[in-house]
Design a protein around this ligand. Structure first.
Ligand code: CP
Length: 306
C-alpha cells in the first residue's frame, strides 16, 4: 500500500486537485518543445496493467511516462498467463518482483485497483475499475474546462446518458462539484443509479430546458457491452430522441459551451456526428489533456527525480 496511490477522486482534496491542474499546465509547455521530454522519472519503470480494453487511457499513460523519461512495460490480458489460470494477485506480484516502480491498473471489477494497492508497496493508479471510478479521466475533464473557461467555480454542467454504468460519471461529478461546479444529470430512470438522491447533483426531466442554462455539456457513452447483460431501454430510437445530442440540439448550443465526451463515442447514439463539429466541442482536447494530467499524476506518484 502506498500513500502516493490514486484510487479514487476522493483521495484528493481541493488543494491536491489544484496542484495537479497547475502541474499539468506546466507539462503542457513541455509538450510544445521541439523535444517534448524531461528527465524527471529517468530510471523509473511504470507498468500499465490492463485487464480491460482501452485506447485513450493506456496509450496516454504510456506517452506520459515516456515524456517524463520513465521506462514502461505494458501488460494486457490477451497473450498473458491469465489464460493458464494465473490469478490477479500472482500476476501483480510477478510484475512487482521484476522491479516495477508504479502500477497503472484497469480492470472490469469495481475495487480491483484498491485490491492491487493492498498487495504492493509501490503507487497504484486506478485507470478505471468497472462502473466504479476513473479518477484521471475526472482530472483531465476538469483541466479541459479550466483551459477553456478559466475559473470553473459556479459553472453549470449538464451530464447526459448512462450514469448508472459510468465510472466517468462517478469520478467527474466528484471532481467538478469539489471545485465548485454545479452538475445536473439527465437520463432515463433505468440508467440512473439507485441512491442518485444522495449524489451532489440535480436530476432533470427535460434535457432541452437544462441545455439552455449549461456552460458544459457532458455526453456519456452508452455502455452497450454492460447493457447487453441487462437490457434497460425499450427503444434506442426513443433514447436518441429524448437524450441524444442530435444535430438540431447541437445547433442551439452557444459557441462558448464546452461540449465533452470521454470516448469512445457511439456516433449517432448519444452524440450525432454533426455535434462533434460544434465550435465548443472539446473531445480531442480532452484526449490531449489526458497526457499532461497523467504526466502530473505519475510525477507526483513517483516523487520526481530519484
Ligand atoms: N475515456 C476512456 O477511458 O477511454 P478508453 O477506454 O479508450 O481508455
Amino acid at each position: 500500500m502506498s500513500d502516493r496511490s490514486l484510487l479514487s477522486i476522493d483521495d484528493l482534496d481541493v488543494a491536491g486537485i489544484r496542484e495537479i491542474v497547475e502541474l499539468s499546465d506546466a507539462f503542457e509547455e513541455v509538450l510544445r518543445r521541439p523535444i517534448p521530454k524531461v528527465p524527471a522519472l529517468r530510471g523509473r519503470t511504470v507498468a500499465n496493467v490492463f485487464f480491460e480494453d482501452s485506447t485513450r487511457t493506456r496509450l496516454s499513460f504510456e506517452i506520459a511516462a515516456k515524456r517524463l523519461s520513465a521506462d514502461t512495460v505494458n501488460f494486457t490480458a490477451s497473450g498473458s498467463s491469465l489464460s493458464k489460470g494465473e490469478s490477479l494477485f500472482d500476476t501483480i506480484r510477478t510484475l512487482h518482483a521484476m522491479g516495477v516502480d508504479a502500477f497503472v491498473v484497469r480492470h472490469r471489477a469495481p475495487g480491483a485497483a484498491r485490491r492491487v494497492d493492498g498487495w504492493v508497496d509501490t503507487p497504484v493508479i486506478n485507470a478505471g475499475d468497472g462502473a466504479h471510478e476513473h479518477p484521471t479521466q475526472a482530472l483531465l475533464d476538469l483541466v479541459t474546462v479550466h483551459r477553456r473557461r478559466g475559473d470553473v467555480e459556479g459553472l453549470r454542467c449538464v451530464m447526459v446518458g448512462d450514469i448508472e454504468h459510468s465510472r466517468v460519471a462517478r469520478s467527474t461529478i466528484g471532481a467538478f462539484t469539489m471545485m465548485g461546479m454545479h452538475v445536473s444529470v439527465a437520463a432515463p430512470a433505468t440508467l440512473l443509479p439507485t441512491g442518485i438522491d444522495d449524489w451532489p447533483v440535480d436530476v432533470v426531466e427535460d434535457l432541452d430546458t437544462a441545455l439552455e442554462k449549461a456552460d458544459v455539456v457532458y455526453m456519456l457513452r452508452m455502455q452497450k457491452e454492460r447493457i447487453a447483460r441487462d437490457p434497460v431501454l425499450p427503444s434506442l430510437r426513443e433514447y436518441v430522441a429524448r437524450y441524444g445530442l442530435t444535430a438540431e440540439r447541437a445547433r442551439r448550443l452557444p459557441p462558448e459551451v464546452v461540449l465533452m465526451h470521454p470516448g469512445p463515442m457511439n456516433r449517432g447514439v448519444e452524440i450525432a456526428p454533426e455535434a462533434t463539429e460544434h465550435p465548443g466541442a472539446a473531445i480531442e482536447e480532452q484526449v490531449r489533456n489526458g497526457v499532461t494530467v497523467r504526466m502530473a499524476v505519475l510525477y507526483l506518484a513517483l516523487g520526481g527525480m530519484p
